[in-house]
Design a binder for this molecule. Structure first.
Ligand code: ADP
Ligand code: MG
Length: 211
């Protein structure tokens, strides 16, 4: 049982997340093909592989270092609309974890809230526009509630993972209003947004790392 995510947990989280995206690359690409142009999965995996290589030499002394590395890699090397958005998303976890050895639930809630603010500021998407925001916003609410009610970290992460998953699933019913998916219209209905699905994977990996 843990009430903090130490660097060892964070390593499990980050590598678990990368493993899942690699395993699901074809699925993510297929989702982007249905609602955009089909480059999402391969872009994501190539930036994550590059991040993993950069992590190999890192001194994992703070909770945030691996997120800082992912952020820098995504901002420098990844393409598409989502690359810079994920780069800025990881950056918020790196910033909150920069001067600490472990993430508390409060810190994870803070990083999520900051990430939501940054992604919506840069991409101008609101909840309901069929983007990654549709998974981030419910995770933000879940973590906020967990902090307010004083529930355990594991419970908070479980709630965040479930909320992000439900939010991502719900994007199947939404018409796109941002990015390429807005040109696809009704053809995207029935398939979830790949960016939102990836955010759900991110919180699921966080939850698993704490178990
Ligand atoms: P594209 O091929 O359209 O340049 P990507 O394939 O790299 O973009 O990424 C698509 C993902 O980016 C979508 O699944 C969505 O979650 C996310 N996205 C697109 N536009 C926005 C936006 N304005 N705000 C937030 N997320 C967005
Ligand atoms: Mg695309």
């Amino acid at each position: 049982m843990t009430d903090q995510l130490s660097p060892v947990h964070v390593q499990r989280w980050v590598h678990g997340f990368i493993d899942t995206v690699e395993e699901e690359v074809d699925h993510l690409t297929d989702l982007d093909r249905r609602s955009g142009d089909g480059d999402f999965g391969t872009n994501m995996v190539s930036a994550l592989r590059r991040s993993r290589e950069a992590m190999a030499d890192a001194d994992v002394a703070t909770a945030g270092i691996l997120f800082q590395i992912m952020s820098e890699t995504f901002l420098a090397h990844s393409g598409g609309t989502s690359g810079p958005l994920f780069g800025m998303w990881f950056r918020e976890f790196g910033k909150v974890g920069m001067v600490t050895e472990a993430f508390t639930q409060e810190m994870l809630a803070e990083a999520t809230a900051n990430g939501l603010a940054t992604v919506t500021r840069l991409g101008s998407a609101q909840e309901g526009d069929r983007t990654m925001v549709d998974a981030i916003a419910p995770a933000d609410r879940a973590l906020r509630e967990a902090v307010e009610s004083g529930s355990e970290l594991r419970e908070g992460l479980r709630a965040a993972a479930r909320a992000a998953h439900e939010g991502a699933r719900h994007t199947s019913d939404l018409l796109g209003r941002r990015g390429r998916t807005s040109y696809v219209g009704e053809a995207a209905l029935g398939s979830p947004d790949p960016g939102a699905v990836t955010i759900a994977m991110f919180y699921q990996a966080a939850q698993r790392s704490a178990d």
